[in-house]
Design a protein around this ligand. Structure first.
Ligand SMILES: [Fe+2]
Length: 287
């Protein structure tokens, strides 16, 4: 068991395999496809293989029609990879796919995703209970911002390796069930209870990560404070395993909920930035 701290040999085999196939730059994550709503068998396999390797792929569409409905296309892409259980939040549209654009009024305007402000490192749904964990994510760009709005990306497996190589005890404290608590929150009649859980955990033999770099409204277990600080330092240092990409129209991220940021952007109100986000409780099939 690679993620058992007592199994150095099993971990070593997984680590070596992971490191030998890791991408060296962003372009190695890219898979060109015609249309995400109508993938060919080879496009599908290329995406799956890339996600298997890095937990993420960046697709670049080359053959879409001007009147294509991007939201329906994102839904079709999810279905293609066996993603059936959409994570609905109260700000998502009824079909569970959220258009991300600057909102100047209404409930959305109060949340950072709907502003031009940057969003720090996180995995999606870190405040969700275990029953509705976000295991995969599609982020599709219909229209980029006038300036900025890049995403930084990191495969959580590679962060785990960096920590375990440094000191296995860092992994141990971050895997404790009480490692990270997001306090409860009341908003617009919705009450979210406090959510406590580990940062690293395994499901079906795969590593998963629940994380946010936020420093307000978060409680780290006393044993995990130093380890959380080391994660922040690694992410802020921007090493070779961190990639920065700016999605263009028709590009998107298909991933097993990897670590990501969103950088600050400047919107052109006549051509506002528009991304569609779909979060699923399923992991990408075959990855
Ligand atoms: Fe996110």
């Amino acid at each position: 068991m690679a993620f058992d701290l007592d199994d150095a040999a099993g971990y070593g085999r997984w680590r070596d395999q992971k490191l030998s196939s890791r991408p060296i730059d962003l372009t190695q994550l890219v898979v060109e496809v015609g249309d995400i709503a109508a993938l060919t068998a080879s496009e599908s396999e290329a995406l799956r293989a890339q996600v298997r390797r890095s937990n993420m792929a960046l697709y670049v569409e080359t053959k879409t029609s001007a009147d294509r409905d991007d939201k329906l296309a994102v839904a079709a892409l999810g279905q293609h990879f066996g993603l059936r259980s959409l994570d609905r939040n109260h700000l998502a549209d009824d079909d569970g796919i959220t258009p991300l654009a600057v909102a100047s009024e209404g409930a959305r305007a109060r949340y950072i995703p709907y502003t031009e402000r940057p969003i720090a490192w996180h995995t999606d749904g870190y405040y969700n209970p275990a029953a509705t964990r976000v295991r995969s994510l599609i982020l599709h760009c219909s229209r980029p911002a006038a300036q900025g709005g890049e995403n930084k990306l990191m495969d959580p497996d590679l962060l785990y390796i960096q920590l375990r190589e440094r000191d296995p005890d860092l992994v141990r404290v971050l895997s404790q069930p009480g490692a990270m608590t997001i306090p409860g929150n009341e908003d617009e009649g919705m009450t979210r209870p406090a959510m406590t859980g580990p940062v690293f955990f395994t499901e079906d033999g795969r590593l998963a990560m629940r994380y946010t770099a936020r420093t307000r409204s978060i409680e780290w277990h006393a044993d995990a404070v130093a380890a959380a600080q080391i994660i922040r330092e690694i992410l802020d240092a921007g090493g070779a395993d961190i990639f920065t990409g700016r999605l263009q129209a028709g590009w998107g991220l298909l991933c097993n909920n990897v670590l990501h940021t969103r950088e600050r952007f400047v919107d052109d109100p006549t051509r506002p930035r528009l991304l569609y986000r779909a979060r699923y409780h399923d992991r990408i099939q075959g990855s």
